[in-house]
Every structure is written in C-alpha cells, then in structure tokens.
Design a protein around this ligand. Structure first.
Ligand code: GDD
Ligand code: MG
Length: 364
C-alpha cells in the first residue's frame, strides 16, 4: 500500500514554539512525531510514503531523505498551501497507482491499525473510507452522521454549537480510491473536509469505520503534553537517561522521565514525572521540572520551577524563575532571573523577558 502524509499545515497554536522545526519534527519521547508515524506505516505494510509538504519543506526533506524503515519516501511540494484536498491532488503523479491508498493527517498520534481501514474499504463500493473516533467535544473536528451500515450521510467540518450530527469525528486517516482525483480540481486550494467529503456523502460514496484505540490530534499545547505523558506512561515507564548525561548528587528523577544524551542535571534537582529533556540541555541545581518537554540545547539555571510547559530550543532560563502550567517558551528566548510566568503565557522566539507576566498573554 502507498500512503500520503499531510505534513504541510501551519501549526497555529503551537507555531510560536519553534522557528527551526515544523510540528511534525516536535519530539515525542525525544523522537520526532513523524518518526513514530513512519515506524507505524512500515509495520502496516506500507512500501512508499509521499509527504505532502509546504511549510518548512526543506527541513523535512533534509531530515528524512529518500527512505526510512525500508519504505521509499517521496516529497510532493506545494509552492503555496493547497489545503488537505489540494495536497492530495498535487500528489497524484507520485501515487500513480490503480489501487486504493492511505492518507493520514501528519499531526495525529495513534496506535490505530491502518490495515483494518483497508479491509473495511474493500467491503463497500466506496471512494473514501474514513476512521472515526468518539470525542466529548466535536467542535474542533469534522463530524459525521452515519447509517446503520456505517455509510456517511453528512459530513460537517468544525460544526458550530448544536450543529454536530454526532460525537463521532473524522480521525484524519482515510483510504481513498484513485477515483478521488476526479473530485478534486487541479492547482487550487481545496479542503477535502469542506468540499470533497460532503459531495461524496451526497453521492453515497463515503463510509466510516469506528475505532477506540489511542488517538490524539496534536492541535494545542495541552494535546502535545498529553501525548508526551501518554507515551512516557506506556512506552518508557521506567526513566531513561541517555549516553554521556551527568546526573549530579542528590537529584531525584521521578518515573516516567526521559533524558536524552549529553544532558547535565545539577545537584538536588527534582525532575519528573512526565518530563522529556532533549540533547545538550543543562539544568543547574535545585530546579524542579514536572510534566514538561524541553527541546535540545536549552539551559535552565538553579532554583527554578517549571510545570506543564513546553520549552523550545536554545532557550536560557535564569535562576529563581517560576513557570506555571500551559506556557509555551519559544526557541532562543531568554527568561531573566526571578521572573514568574503565570499559567497560559506564550513567549515568541528570540524574546527577552525581564519582568514577571501575571496574566495569560502572548509576548510577540
Ligand atoms: N500538504 C498540506 N497542505 N498539508 C496540510 C495543508 C496544506 O495546505 N493544510 C493542512 N495540512 C495538514 C496539517 O499539517 C495536518 O497534518 C493535517 O493536514 C490536518 O490539518 P489541521 O490544520 O491539523 O486540521 P485540523 O486538526 O483542524 O482538522 C483536521 O483533523 C481533524 C482530526 O485531527 C480535519 O481533517 C478534521 O476533519 C479532523 O477531525
Ligand atoms: Mg490537526
């Protein structure tokens, strides 16, 4: 089977975090999100992956090259974002197959078995078979109405209050028949969710497949931390400390925590639970970090406390700093000594913060 990974969108809520890597390269347990996805695709017998890219395309190409896990990798590049449908149409020549293919949203973390979707697809006379997941609040997603035989009769993207036909949402994983290309105009932005799926629903050509495994769309900082937490709970469990890392006397590391290579953790610091620390990070003494992700090459001085926060690359955090939950600290930021950042503060890359911020806001 061939697969298209939609990897091109602009990560709005998480965008301030990094100016050097797209969301798909954000680390989950110190490994990029896309690595987890590619590993799963290989296990699901996918032989060729087409990455549909625009935003930071060069970074992705440089990072992955031409193959991974014995799968061929190809890049379908959009000069301008063509939307989720336009990106699939743009990849038509690279797919070049008469067989159904898999399409996935790149920002999904899941343990769903894609082969189940293909089996379902083959049972119906469908152009699209989409994976569906039950959520409490469907407003952030595409929602569907189904017949008893799981045919989608209605597809509403981002329903407004009271408009959602059910709590079953599009999980961003599809098997598409090559006939789909006749439904998407060439060379222009098209949303598969707003334009193509509703048309297929009218023509009785789209089916759903419910599943209940782990599934998270990494759309917000909280989603990202939840994925980090889940991964550490399920795959790491016991804390891991990478090669050449130094953990000084009196440090307490609470499971599960993952520390990458060449990291230093200073005396009497408390790290964990649910902390992921990237390469070459330096944490000085008596600092407390929990439920957070720290990107590589960041330095955190002594007696600082960080909770429920994502810290980008090459950041410098001073001493006696307090960073509360739901903060995003962008790449190469400097947070000076004694600063307190209250819950929900976002600091954009390269900012210098010398005074406390006591109301949630974004520092541009
Ligand atoms: N190549 C390319 N070009 N990729 C794109 C483009 C584009 O113009 N626009 C978005 N993408 C990619 C994003 O990178 C992401 O991986 C995926 O398509 C979905 O885009 P998001 O921006 O994350 O959409 P969403 O999360 O609001 O909604 C989508 O996902 C939900 C499930 O997670 C929709 O498919 C919803 O219907 C769905 O419920
Ligand atoms: Mg998304």
């Amino acid at each position: 089977m061939k697969a298209v990974v939609l990897a091109g969108g602009f990560a709005t809520r998480l965008r301030p975090l990094s100016c050097t890597r797209p969301k798909l390269l954000f680390p989950i347990g110190n490994k990029p999100l896309l690595d987890w996805t590619l590993e799963k695709l290989a296990k699901n017998n996918v032989k060729k992956v087409i990455l549909a890219v625009n935003y930071m395309a060069d970074t992705l190409i440089q990072h992955y090259g031409k193959s991974k896990h014995e799968m061929k990798l190809a890049y379908s590049i959009e000069e301008k974002p063509l939307g989720t449908g336009g990106a699939i149409k743009n990849a038509e020549k690279l797919i070049n197959d008469q067989k159904p293919f898999l399409v996935i949203n790149g920002d999904i973390f899941t343990n769903f078995d894609y082969t189940k979707l293909l089996k379902k697809h083959k049972k119906n006379d469908a152009i699209a078979t989409i994976a569906l997941y039950h959520v409490e609040d469907p407003s952030r997603y595409g929602t569907v109405k189904l017949t008893e035989k799981n045919r989608v009769t209605q597809f509403i993207e981002k329903p407004t209050c009271g408009e959602a036909p059910s709590n079953l949402v599009n999980a961003g994983m599809y098997i598409l028949d090559p006939q789909i290309f006749d439904y998407i105009p060439n060379g222009q932005p098209v949303s598969i969710e707003r334009e193509t799926f509703p048309k297929l629903a009218d023509e009785k050509k789209i089916y759903g497949h419910n599943f209940e495994d782990l599934w998270i769309d990494i759309g917000t900082p909280r989603d990202y931390l939840r994925v980090n937490q889940l991964l550490l709970d399920t795959k790491i469990k016991k804390s891991q400390i990478g090669k050449n890392s130094i953990v000084e006397n009196g440090v307490e590391i609470k499971d599960p925590t993952i520390i990458d290579e060449e990291v230093t953790v200073g005396k009497k610091s408390k790290i964990g639970p649910h902390v992921a620390i990237g390469k070459h990070v330096i944490i000085r003494k008596k600092t407390h970090i929990e439920n957070s992700v720290i990107f590589p090459q960041t330095t955190i001085s002594d007696s600082t406390s960080i909770k429920g926060t994502i810290i980008g690359e090459g950041v410098i955090v001073g001493s006696h700093v307090k960073i509360k939950e739901d903060c995003i600290i962008g790449d190469h930021t400097i947070i000076q000594d004694n600063v307190t950042l209250t819950q929900g503060v976002t600091v954009c890359p390269f900012r210098k913060v010398s005074e406390s911020v006591l109301t949630p806001k974004c520092l541009m």
